[in-house]
Design a protein around this ligand. Sequence first.
Ligand code: NAP
Length: 294
Amino acid sequence: MAEIDSSTKVLGLIGDPVSGSLSPRLQNRAIDRLGLDYRYFAFPVKEGRVNEAVIGAKELGLKGLNVTVPHKKTVVEYTDNLSRAARVMGAINTITFAEEGEIEGDNTDWKGFLKSLELHEFDPEGKRCLVFGAGGAASGVVYGLVRRGARRIVIVNRTESKGVDLARKMEGLSLGVDLDVRPLTGSDIGKRIERSDLVVNATSVGMGATEGEAVWEDGDGFHSGQLVYDLIYNPSPTKFLKLADDGGADTIDGLDMLILQGLESLKKWTGEEFESGEKVDELRRYLRDSGGLN
Ligand code: NAP
């Protein structure tokens, strides 16, 4: 790793908490592999102090910030420009401090999700998809699937109204996708899973207090020839992925998306690409082997 001196550029993460985040290890490893003169740090920032943190970072000459819970939505108002994705989703995970002094907000979750599908040789174009969840992560997944030409997307969420809000956000994109919203309690969910080429868990069920649970407990509808994706990467595999695997489906956990959305942010800040499948494999092994993941 290059020695730190007065020319070393600083990147970081703001959120609360940030102590368990994998981003510093991921980004510093990628920076090292790319031979860049950057370092990435995690900064805990309390709710209500985001404006000060963003302005302070800009004045100190940071090149960029990742933004995590709980600031992804509130930080929107402290930016000068928003990418189309960030505008549609109403949430930011990447801030870039441009040379001209502007604060640019972007959301790289959807690109990380699509790139992880590419790594697994799944092209969403023309496919039937079902997404559990309607929060921030689900917005990135649904936005990505709409942009990549999915034929049908069914959003299944515990709070149906939030699913409806998410589907509405996608209306302006008008790419001819058939979007449907169902409550988690719907009696037809198993049938709809059965008819899907791709099924995604974008809820938080399966980690933390709900570790060992699955958002779709009875596991109906999973079958071979289908791809089932859980955005959770710790633990891995989740019960959701175990049920899908029992049904014969191919499965992916959330680690590749985490890595690839992070690399998209790094590319925005430094202009450097880091995305061959082999290098992603190396980062995946590094994160799994260097502790912090079960
Ligand atoms: P969020 O905005 O808080 O959304 C949480 C979602 O989970 C909502 O749809 C919520 O439904 C649903 N949910 C929560 N508890 C539930 C329960 N007991 N039963 C049914 N549904 C429940 O969170 P988020 O930011 O979208 O994150 C969701 C998950 O994605 C987390 O596990 C996070 O770690 C993961 N994630 C992974 C990546 C990655 O790169 N791999 C990136 C982002 C997020 P309601 O609307 O009904 O509350």
